[in-house]
Design a protein. Structure first.
Length: 322
């Protein structure tokens, strides 16, 4: 069994302050980590700040903070404050996000994503030490920034990665990778790019966000999964990822989507793809599927419940059993 077992916070559909009781229970349920996501709900840092007080033993991580939607100095300050609030327990995960979030929602050009991640990673590595940063990067410049409150322990830096270039960057210059929207078998393709790029002899963590629907009938679970797949995997960065993985079964969905037929795209997703990418079934079976990710090379599985009902019940159902 993997030594780490994470859950995504905040839970969907539950007011943030009402999540205190379940987060306080997470360590007793066997959870070791909470990782936040950031799209159109809560920001990445506030739920972790609350969790750092509610459950002081948990490791806290962002999966992810987009590198475009905060300036480099602001991102460094947020990371430093979180690292100071939870010494030794915070990991900063950064990523490009997508053209939808960056361009459509925030009116920021989504250009040169690989370079933007690389430049931000290098800036953060220096800035979080308290050094004065004066540098011209390819995608931005920083003129004389010095972090005013340097954390006693700088957080490890993780990179959200899909295809080989970013995966290798995560292994070469980061402390690990955050992977997403893939099957347990896909991990065997992805993880070696991360670990093979490490040049300092240290192992690299591989954090995987795993969507799960426990104790739900197959038709309902597949309907939820099919909707999530159509929403995500038609976004260009995820489409390119699955094309690289060779998931040809999604070609009919992409064709219908390109032609503007959203209903047809949804119906074109085969059950086999839903079953590969979404963990569903009885809770015990779901836990076995999550452990399969660890067996394939994931060091920290992070469950993201996609449930039609009470997410707190799902958290309890998916807790590791010793």
């Amino acid at each position: 069994m993997t030594a780490r077992w994470g859950i995504t916070i905040p839970l969907e559909g539950v007011p943030l302050l009402e999540q205190r009781s379940v987060i306080e229970q997470l360590p007793d349920l066997g959870y070791t980590d909470v990782w936040s996501a950031e799209a159109n709900g809560a920001d990445a840092f506030t739920p972790l700040a609350l969790a750092s007080v509610w459950a002081p033993s948990l490791r806290l991580g962002t999966a992810i903070v987009p590198v475009y939607t905060r300036g480099p100095a602001t991102l460094a300050m947020s990371a430093a404050a979180m690292a100071a609030a939870a010494p030794g327990r915070f990991a900063l995960g950064i990523g490009t996000s997508s053209n939808v979030i960056v361009e459509r929602w925030n009116s920021i050009p989504f250009t040169e994503p690989y370079k933007r991640i690389r430049d931000t990673l290098r800036f953060l590595r220096e800035a979080l030490t308290g050094a004065k940063v004066k540098a011209e990067y390819d995608t931005f410049s920083v003129q004389g920034f010095t972090l005013g409150a340097v954390p006693e322990q700088a957080p490890p830096l993780f990179v959200a990665a899909l295809r080989p270039g970013m995966l290798r960057l995560a292994g070469r210059e980061g402390d690990g990778a955050i992977i997403n929207w893939l099957s347990a078998e896909d991990v065997r393709t992805v993880a070696p790019h991360v670990r093979g790029a490490a040049e300092d002899g240290r192992d690299r963590e591989v954090v995987a966000r795993i969507f799960a629907i426990p104790d739900t009938d197959p038709d309902t679970a597949r309907g939820i999964g099919r909707w999530a797949i159509s929403a995500y995997l038609n976004v260009p960065v995820y489409r390119a990822f699955h094309e690289w993985l060779g998931r040809e079964e999604l070609t009919p969905m992409w064709k219908e989507w390109d032609e503007g037929d959203r209903k047809g795209a949804l119906e074109a997703i085969p059950d086999s793809v839903v079953d590969d990418l979404i963990v569903h079934g009885p809770a015990e079976y779901c836990r076995e599927r999550i452990r399969a990710y660890a067996d394939a090379g994931v060091t920290t599985p992070v469950i993201a419940p996609l449930v039609p009902g009470d997410p707190v019940a799902a958290v309890r159902a998916l807790a590791p059993v010793t």
